[in-house]
Design a protein around this ligand. Structure first.
Ligand code: SF4
Length: 360
């Protein structure tokens, strides 16, 4: 492998049950680099823009960039994309977690999935090989149980899975990566469900190559030092993305009462990052190789909104389940997020629907 790329992509035709490799010309990789921009360029060139988002013709794409898998801070993020069933136009969602780096270690820069399997299947990718395995016994299970079953033979296997929401094509259903990270935007869980694709697993042990190892190491050291010195990174580590609640309130960028009211500092301070850390934070959590560790693991130990330990809310969830509906009880927010996670759906979309119901 050279210059961060594995050198090959995986094409999966679920209708025919065939997996094959393909390459992308270097010029295009340099122009679009990777992620959603490369996905969009491939979509425009190869697929039918008029396709129904839930039809076999709509491709589900998972694309890495050259830095994914390098170990560089913040480089774990990969993109998934398809025509969105939620909007009927281009849909993309970025995810951190650990799946992108593992896919790179398994030898692939990305995966394009077309067609529809006649039966539920898992796409299993291990060290340059891909195969489709029956998943009828997993259909109907939530993502927590599915992930545990698929990781049982080897904890190092990384999993992307849908739950009942994706299977039933809920328009804002998400795809879960190892029970803690989500491809939440634009309803891509429904696209996966419409293809009868229950899960994708990846496992590999190939280190991606670098164009200039010496320069990479220098840049890596500089980046880590700058992150350690950064007040912004420190605030993300201590308070998660909900650190944005107070600042957003000051700048008028927090939705109060479905955007119909002015800022309310009393409510926002109760929902803000410091409050979340003080009352409900169990520990900080990180995507692969990220020294910032902005992710939250939270639990509500008592009271009416008691909830188990699980992925904590981001700023957006504190907004949609908090300020948007003028709820100042922060305990309700982790609870509202954690309970549906096994299914799972996009908590921003779910929270945003609450004020609509209220004002209907
Ligand atoms: S832990 Fe936070 S800052 Fe680090 S890659 Fe993940 S989302 Fe980004």
């Amino acid at each position: 492998m050279q210059n961060g790329y594995s050198g090959k992509f995986l094409q999966v035709d679920l209708t025919a049950g065939v997996c094959s490799d393909f390459t992308i010309e270097e010029e295009r990789l340099k122009k679009f680099i990777g992620g959603s921009s490369l996905a969009a360029s491939l979509y425009l060139e190869r697929f039918d823009l008029q396709a129904d988002p839930l039809s076999p013709e709509n491709p589900l794409m998972l694309i890495n960039g050259p830095m994914v898998g390098s170990g560089f801070p913040g480089s774990s993020r990969f993109a998934m994309a398809a025509k969105s069933p939620q909007t009927g136009i281009w849909g993309e969602s970025s995810c951190g977690g650990n799946f992108g780096p593992e896919l790179k270690r398994a030898g692939f820069d990305g995966v394009i999935i077309t067609g529809k399997s006649p039966q539920p299947v898992i796409l299993s990718i291990t060290n340059n090989e891909a195969s489709l395995l029956p998943a009828t016994d997993l259909w109907g299970k939530d993502t927590y149980e599915t992930t545990d079953i698929l990781k049982a033979p080897d904890k190092s296997i990384k999993v992307l899975a849908i739950g009942p929401a994706g299977e039933n094509r809920v328009m804002f259903s998400a795809i879960a990566n190892d029970k803690g990270h989500y491809i939440g935007r634009t309803g891509l869980g429904a696209v996966m469900g419409a293809k009868n694709l229950k899960a994708i697993t990846a496992r590999g042990n190939q280190a991606p190559g670098k164009a200039d190892e010496v320069k990479y190491k220098e840049t890596f050291k500089t980046a880590v030092a700058e992150i350690k010195d950064s007040a912004f990174a420190e605030s993300l580590h201590l308070m998660g993305s909900d650190a944005a609640m107070d600042l957003g309130t000051m700048t008028g960028d927090v939705p109060f009462k479905n955007w119909s009211a002015g800022e309310d500092a009393e409510i926002s301070s109760k929902l803000s990052g410091p409050s979340l850390s003080e009352h409900y934070l169990v520990k900080a959590h990180a995507c692969s190789n990220c020294p910032v560790a902005c992710k939250r693991v939270t639990a509500v130990k008592d009271g009416p909104y008691q909830s188990d330990e699980g992925p904590g809310p981001e700023y957006e969830t504190c907004g949609t389940f908090g300020t948007l509906i003028m709820n100042s009880d922060l305990a309700a927010v982790p609870s509202a997020q954690v309970r549906p996670l096994p299914y799972p759906w996009n908590s921003m979309k779910k929270g945003s629907s609450a004020p609509k119901r209220r004002t209907a």
